[in-house]
Each structure stands twice: as C-alpha cells, then as structure tokens.
Design a protein around this ligand. Structure first.
Ligand SMILES: Nc1ncnc2c1ncn2[C@@H]1O[C@H](COP(=O)(O)OP(=O)(O)OP(=O)(O)O)[C@@H](O)[C@H]1O
Ligand SMILES: [Mg+2]
Length: 257
C-alpha cells in the first residue's frame, strides 16, 4: 500500500488527530521508519484499540500522539492544540492536564498509598480533585476498601485498577493505554477492560489502547491495524473472532515482518 489513507472519526468531535505523522529512528543504514505518514482521528467518547505485530509502530504512534515522544514530520493535535506549537513546559502541562496514561507496568509510586497514587498527578498540578467524581471513579474500580494500601500490598489487578483510577481521576480529554492488560491474568484483565469500556459508555471518556489481544480489542468501538508503520485496516464494532481472523489475513499477505 503506497497511498496514505485517512481514518477519520465518526464521532462528533476529535479528541486527538495525527496527520501524515512520520517517525524515523536513527540515520543511514540503521535508520528505522517506525511511522510512515500515518493519518488517524480519535473521536471524542470513542474507544479505539491499536493492533499490529511486534515492531509495527503501535507504541511509537501512541507516544507521539500523547506528546511523550517527538516525531519527524507531520502533525499531531490534542483537542484544538497542535503539539508542534508548544514549548517543552507547555507540552508537559498539556500532558498533565489533558491526558491520562495507563502502562503495562503499573507505574505506581511504592511509598504512596493507593489513594495518594490516584491523586498524585492532580497534586503535582496543584489541582483539587472533584470529590464526588473521585468517589465515583474509586467505587467503579472497586478500590474503596483498599485506599490506604501501598502498591506492594495490592495484587497486580488491584494495582492496575489504581492506575485506571489515576488516569480517570482528572477527567482527561483522552486516556492512552499501552497494553494495560498485558501483565494481568484474564480475569483481572477483563475487569480493567470493563472499567475502560464503562468509562467510555457512561462517562463519555475517550480511550486509545494498544493491545496484542483480540479479546481486549473486542471491548473497543473500533480497531485500527498497523503494519510496518502504516495503518493497513480498521474494524468497527469488533468481535474477538473477527479481529483474530483479520490478523491472520495480514500475516498471510506477508505484510507483517
Ligand atoms: N528508541 C528507538 N530507537 C530505534 N528504534 C526504535 C526505538 N524505539 C522503537 N524503535 C523501532 O521502531 C519500530 C516500532 O517500534 P514500536 O515500539 O512502536 O513497536 P510496537 O508495535 O509497539 O511493538 P511491540 O508490540 O513489540 O511493543 C521497531 O522497528 C522498533 O525497533
Ligand atoms: Mg509496544
């Protein structure tokens, strides 16, 4: 595929948009084109899964759109803000105020309690959490009885629920998850995915999640498939079987290595 296809959002507003986004690592013979003119919209209130083989550029796409990594060309906007127009400090502030993150490794601070971890980003930003909202989020992820526990006193699934609550607490414009269920058993993973699904359906949250797992992808409204730094397909209202099938199809066409 040599043309760049635009995968526009069907929802009302655009929470984030990449236009002709490219990311090249290294130079000369060691050069790697991790993203090759990717154009994609992430609609407000939409749950998008990003899939593709290892090395296809999923994390790079997420990191570039979330303002965690620089890009080589093209543009990215979060809401109405073009990331390239921001200075470092402004970018940090935008990340802190508008974006929530959930990573595969839960990234909790070991010395803080669950509640302190949940409110940490807002504490750093000097913002007071909306108490009612915080209670709603905490009860949704079922952590009410665990708030004074430290991460080492929590199971992996509980730790990731803390990370989900932390991402939701500040009501960010968009939440990015890089394999948020990658370290969880299937039951804990299903719980976390259920919380993300609920946050989209009931709270209007926007979620973008990288995953290897067709079952995880089936919680999303839409799946985009990456191969060799390009979006090669998308699927709406995905089912796990449908996603699995589509992945086999890409493998068979040899686009994936
Ligand atoms: N810091 C870096 N320096 C050089 N190359 C990199 C760097 N980070 C990623 N790459 C390369 O960019 C390409 C895309 O990597 P990326 O991490 O986005 O893949 P991915 O789809 O997230 O893979 P995985 O499923 O294994 O996490 C790969 O070929 C990778 O080797
Ligand atoms: Mg990755």
């Amino acid at each position: 595929m040599t043309t760049t296809t635009s995968f526009a959002a069907r929802a009302t507003g655009v929470a984030a948009r990449a236009s002709e986004l490219s990311k090249v690592y290294g130079q000369g013979e060691t050069q790697v084109v991790a993203l090759d003119r990717v154009s994609v919209d992430f609609g407000q209130g939409e749950f998008t899964a990003i899939m593709g083989p290892s090395g296809s550029g999923k994390s790079t796409l997420m990191h570039c759109v979330a303002g965690l990594d620089s890009f080589s060309s093209g543009s990215v906007r979060i809401g109405e803000t073009e990331l390239s127009t921001l200075k470092d400090k402004q970018l940090t502030k935008l990340r802190r105020d508008k974006i929530g993150f959930i990573f595969q490794a839960f990234n909790l601070l070991p010395t803080l309690t669950a509640l302190e971890n949940i409110t940490l980003p807002m504490d750093i930003a000097g913002r007071k959490p909306d108490k009612q909202w915080l209670e709603q989020v905490i009860s949704m992820v079922g952590l009410a009885g665990r708030l004074t526990h430290r991460p080492t006193e929590l199971s992996g699934g509980q730790q990731q629920r803390v990370a989900v609550a932390r991402a939701l607490a500040s009501q960010p414009e968009i939440i990015f998850g890089d394999e948020p269920t990658g370290n969880l058993d299937s039951r804990s993973g299903a719980e976390v995915l259920g919380f993300l699904r609920n946050s989209v359906r009931e709270l209007g949250q926007t979620v973008v999640m990288v995953t290897h797992d067709p079952v995880a992808a089936s919680y999303a409204d839409r799946v985009i498939f990456l191969a060799d730094g390009r979006i090669v397909d998308e699927m709406l209202q995905p089912t796990a079987d449908g996603v699995l099938d589509r992945m086999k199809h890409f493998d068979a066409k040899g686009r994936t290595s």
